[in-house]
Structure formats: C-alpha cells, structure tokens
Write a protein that binds this ligand. Structure first.
Ligand code: SF4
Length: 436
C-alpha cells in the first residue's frame, strides 16, 4: 500500500473534496498518513480565492520539495483551484510538482498516480465537467457532530472579482434522493447535523426540485437534528426558501448573506446583480419572517475605483443591517477574472488598510451589541467538544453562535439548554439550565 499525505487549504468545499480524494484513493489501495515524512505521495489541495492562499501553498511546496532529496521516488501533487489556474507555472521542473489535478478530475487520480510512479513523468488532468458531482462517492468523514455535503458544484454568476467560475466550472446539482441517501447514512454513523454546501448553494436545481425542496426533503430524515447551508447568493432567495428557514424546525436560523459592497456603482462593476436597496429589502424581509435570525456576511474593501464615499455607503449598510458577524477582506486581484482584465487595482494598500480597519472596528462593536442581546435568554446548544479552559464545554446554538458553559458530563452531539450570562464579540458564555 502506498502512503499518502494530504494538506487542505481554503474553503469547506476543499475540505469536502479532500474527503472525496481520500475515499477514491483508499478504494485503490492507498492509505493515508499524518506526516509528510512518512508518505510516498504528497498532495496539497489548494485555493485560488486570494493571493495569500497562493503564497502559502507556494511556500509549502518549497518546503516539501526538500523531502525529495532523501526520497527520489516521492510524488508531489497539487489539487484543486490552483492546479486549475496555474498549470504551466506549477509544472516547471524547478518547482518540484509532479502531477496536478483540477476539482473535476479526482476520479482520475489513481491512474495519474500510477503513471507518475511508473514513469516519473509530469502529468495533469484539468478538464472541467458539466456533469461531475461525485454523487456516487459517499466520503468517509473524520467525525464530529457536523457533516458537510456538497449538493451542487461550480458557479454561473461570474462576479467580476472571483476566479471560482474559471477554476470550478459551471453549476451542476446532485439529485435530491441521492443527497437524502447520504444524509441517512451520516445519521446512521452518528452525525446530528449536516451543512449543505455549494459555491452558490441556493441556485441548486435538479429537475423540478429547487433548494427549498431539497431542504424539506433532507429535514425528513429521522434522527437528524439540524440543517445548515453555505454559501448562498442574495439573488436566489425566493419567498419559498425564506419560509422553509422560518418554519422548518430543523433549518437553523442562520443565513450567511454575502453583501461584498453597498455602493450601487461598485456592485454593478462586481456583477453582483442586486442593488443596495434590493439587498436591504431582502435582509429586512428575512429578519421580519425568521425570528431570532442570525445574519452574517462577506465584505470586500478597495475594489477597483472604490472611492472613500463609495466605501462609506458600505459602512452605512453595515450599520443599518447590523450583521452578527462578517468576513472582511481587502480586494485581491485574481488572474483570469473580468476585474483583472478591465479594472486596474487602483486603490492603494494604505487606503485599503484604512478602510478595513474602520470596517472591522465597526463590525466588532455591532457583533458585541448583538451578542449582548442574548444575555439572560436560554438557547439550545449542540455540544461540539471541550472549551479552551479546563472544565468547559463548547457548542453552537441554532444561530451558529459559539457558546461555552461548565461541563456537566454531557456528551458531544447532545443538545442542552444554556442560559447566557456573559457575551463577548465572538462568544456567548452561559450556564446549563435544568428542568424544574
Ligand atoms: S457567486 Fe460570485 S463570489 Fe460566489 S463563487 Fe460565484 S462568482 Fe464567486
């Protein structure tokens, strides 16, 4: 049995894909090890969303290449989005990479590896498929309370800053019955919660079934306690889906709603297909319909041509919506994208830093305020593990907020009632409630 070591970078979809890779290779007599020094095959499953992710992987390749000095037969492979976007660069002799495979080519990995091991020649598989969903592979998970399930892959939206449509191809969805079958297996394995995954998860479409139908079908699986999903696009939120999140008791009351920017000119340059007013209307409708909704978002600052005034529009919307938390990034130009071809990255690094600092400060204040609104209330918390401090347990409430509380012998995966007694920007602290 050849021994394989894999490192994963980037989003949850990549984590899921690494599980798929492991399952495919285990079926072909490979086994996985935890240290690169023990392996004959090294894989880096990579991300292209930000330049930082590229830098990290390139540095790691340089480090891992040194292992080849003591093991000439070692095969190094790059998988995922970087493989798809940087083929020629990665396959240069000096880099040390032997094979590369894009996100739709993982079933070809056994053959790729066999050729590379036999011949020592460099090779790649990068064809993007309109059909590959890996629906015939039910990956084995490491454990825990939550299992991620990719229900659709790819993206047709072509936001001008984003490389995903080029590295992961067009949208395609799994059949709902196939997803439900996987959820049943996961519940049998002991998982209590599933998170439905997709680059644009709520554009899921399989025959007559849309994403709201899929949520309802998954929720009927006996023994499943909670359903989450990520990442949706604001354009795919019909009333029907809001109703499911509002009324289905297994649907968690947390929606990640990526705003990106709130100036209409910038939104148009980004090709986000909504205006600031439409986004606000949607966010308020969600808050109105879904009690205790936790809303989170993504923001990019310093998109090409963004002025101080444009940025202030974003700050204003952040104040109005009061997101519970936000992922906030400086704009990072990605090769292949429309923005890189049409709009020079003309906002200075100083300006980007000034804007993101102000944005983070504001969001931290709002996050703290929203968390303090939980004080004195009781929430059902699913236990995920031990807290940082001795004697503490950690879990999440329905809204995906982290809650820590004193351990009482409850087990991971159990649902317990916790009364919130303290709140920080990122965490709720509480005490267990017992029935009278
Ligand atoms: S919706 Fe936009 S940001 Fe999200 S993956 Fe598709 S192109 Fe990228």
């Amino acid at each position: 049995m050849k021994k394989v070591y894999i490192e994963t970078y980037g989003c949850q979809m990549n984590e899921y894909d690494s599980e798929i890779v492991k399952t495919i290779l285990k079926q072909n007599d490979y086994e996985f090890v935890d240290e690169p020094e023990k392996a004959q095959v090294l894989f880096l499953n990579t991300c292209s969303v930000r330049e930082n992710a590229h830098k990290k992987v390139k540095q790691r390749i340089t480090v891992l290449k040194k292992l080849k000095n003591s093991n000439k037969e070692l095969v190094m492979g790059v998988l995922g989005c970087m493989a798809q976007s940087l083929r020629d660069e990665l396959l240069q002799d000096k880099v040390g990479v032997d094979i590369i495979a894009g996100p739709d080519s993982y079933k070809k990995l056994p053959a790729l590896l066999e050729r590379a091991i036999k011949t020592g020649e460099k090779d790649y598989e990068l064809t993007l498929s309109e059909y590959e969903t890996y629906s015939d592979i039910f990956p084995t998970r490491a454990g825990g309370v939550n299992a991620w399930i990719a229900v659709m892959r790819g993206c047709d939206n072509f936001c001008t800053f984003c490389v995903v449509p080029y590295t992961r191809g067009r949208e395609r969805s799994r059949e709902p019955q196939n997803v439900v079958e996987e959820v049943k297996r996961l519940v049998d394995e002991g998982f209590k919660q599933v998170t439905l995954l997709g680059q644009n998860v709520n554009s899921y479409k399989s025959g007559k079934y849309d994403f709201a139908d899929l949520m309802e079908m998954v929720s009927k699986v006996d023994g499943l306690k909670r359903i989450r999903f990520t990442s949706p696009h604001p354009k795919d939120f019909p009333e029907k889906l809001i109703e499911v999140v509002a009324n289905n008791p297994k649907a968690c009351k947390h929606i990640h709603l990526p705003l990106q920017a709130a100036n209409n000119r910038i939104l148009e340059l980004m090709n986000r297909t909504y205006t600031k007013e439409e986004f606000l209307k949607l966010a308020f409708r969600m808050r109105d319909k879904i009690s205790d909704l936790v809303l989170t978002t993504d923001i990019i600052v310093g998109f090409p041509t963004e002025t101080e005034q444009d940025f202030l529009d974003t700050l204003e919307i952040i104040k109005q919506v009061e997101f519970d938390s936000a992922f906030m990034f400086n704009y990072s130009e990605r090769k292949q994208t429309t923005a890189s071809r049409k709009y020079p990255d003309n906002v200075s690094e100083e300006e980007k830093t000034s804007r993101i600092t102000r944005l983070v400060d504001l969001q931290r204040k709002i996050s703290l305020k929203r968390n303090k609104e939980h004080l004195g209330r009781v929430f059902e918390v699913m236990i995920e593990g031990k807290g940082k401090k001795p004697g503490q347990m950690l879990g999440r409430n329905d809204g995906n907020k982290i809650v820590v509380f004193p351990a009482n012998g409850s087990n991971i995966g159990e649902l317990v009632d916790v009364r919130i007694t303290e709140a920080t920007t990122n965490t709720l602290i509480g005490e267990l409630c017992f029935p009278d």
